[in-house]
Design a protein around this ligand. Structure first.
Ligand SMILES: [Ca+2]
Length: 98
């Protein structure tokens, strides 16, 4: 039986590749692929996801090796940060005071 967490990890990998395979390097997100992914998957977090400058900013922040693309390792950093923020949000909205 596959655990929930492993299933979630596989889903993150699958989502990444759905976008990274669209053009160019099959294992990296181009600027265009990143924009598409942000728009489709993270619209709840990013405002406004269609803003071109916002995409450039996010790309620059994620692109640690400065190759102009986002590989899986760089992408997972974004997922981790947003997961932490989501957890904070749930903690706060459940009325948990510090
Ligand atoms: Ca990169």
């Amino acid at each position: 039986m596959v655990s929930n967490l492993v299933e979630a990890m596989e889903m993150v990998i699958a989502v990444f590749h759905t976008y990274s395979q669209q053009e160019g390097d099959l294992h990296k997100l181009s600027r265009k692929e990143l924009q598409q992914l942000l728009r489709d998957q993270f619209s709840a977090f990013l405002s406004p996801p269609d803003d071109s400058q916002e995409v450039d900013k996010i790309l620059a922040e994620l692109d640690e090796n400065k190759d102009g693309q986002v590989d899986f390792q760089e992408f997972i950093t974004l997922v981790a940060v947003l997961t932490v923020l989501t957890n904070e949000f749930f903690k706060r909205s459940s009325g948990d005071k510090k």
